[in-house]
Design a protein around this ligand. Structure first.
Ligand code: E4P
Length: 221
């Protein structure tokens, strides 16, 4: 399963990229707005730091505008994936950009039918938002199961990118289902790393080593 970071925060991107954990990045206008400044600078820097796919989202809602913005976004790097909303114009733009070799991520997907149409339109990624479905009392993970079942019946080549992830249990469930990608807020990735027994165990190992050192002055690993 690929791990993307769902942020436009350069510090977090550098931190997890340096650990070798990141296969890509997803951004959206809200994440860009959270960081402030000129989004163009941020986009350029992210595409330079990350070798894998970086999803940058269009803000036009009409077909022609999406195509124009998609082509401009792609100039930031060969690793740019153009993110378009799950609308009729978005699907048309997806079909066109994909046929020109520009990969597309169809975002704001909330139903299996939307995912099916995005795949039919040649999307490289389809982004179902599971957390936002959970928020309104629906089962977000059930949507991932349904999309996985549908995609496994055909030969689309579209990857399921699990988005709107809220906690580590979402990641475990997505991995069990066999989703291709999860995109994680930095806080979720941080939580995945940690376990209290790891901290306690390490503290005890080091205390025991100090004890050994006090008995043998010349030990060094
Ligand atoms: C995905 O590409 C989106 O940027 C993101 O996962 C949305 O998450 P949210 O529902 O926490 O805003």
């Amino acid at each position: 399963m690929k791990i993307f970071l769902d942020t436009a925060n350069l510090e977090s991107i550098k931190k997890f990229n340096d650990m070798g954990l990141l296969d890509g990045i997803t951004t959206n206008p809200s994440l860009m707005s959270k960081e402030g400044g000129n989004p163009k600078d941020g986009m350029k820097q992210i595409t330079n730091i990350i070798k894998g796919d970086v999803s940058l989202e269009v803000v036009s809602t009409d077909y022609a505008g999406m195509i124009e913005e998609g082509k401009r976004l792609r100039q930031y790097g060969d690793n740019v994936v153009v993110k378009v909303p799950m609308t009729s114009d978005g699907l048309k733009a997806c079909k066109n950009l994909s046929s020109e070799g520009i990969p597309v991520n169809v975002t704001l997907v909330f139903s299996p039918n939307q995912a099916l149409l995005a795949a039919k339109s040649g999307a490289k990624y389809v982004s179902p938002f599971i957390g936002r479905l959970d928020d309104i009392g629906q089962d977000g993970m059930h949507l991932i199961k349904e999309i996985k079942e549908i995609f496994s019946n055909y030969d689309f080549g579209t990857e399921i990118l699990v988005a709107s992830v809220r906690h580590p249990m979402h990641v475990i469930e997505a991995a069990k289902i066999g989703a291709d990608v999860v995109t994680l807020p930095p806080a979720v990735l941080d939580k995945m790393l940690k376990h209290p027994l790891t901290d306690i165990g390490l503290k005890n190992f080091l205390a025991d080593w100090e004890k050994l050192k006090s008995e043998n002055s010349d030990i060094k690993i």
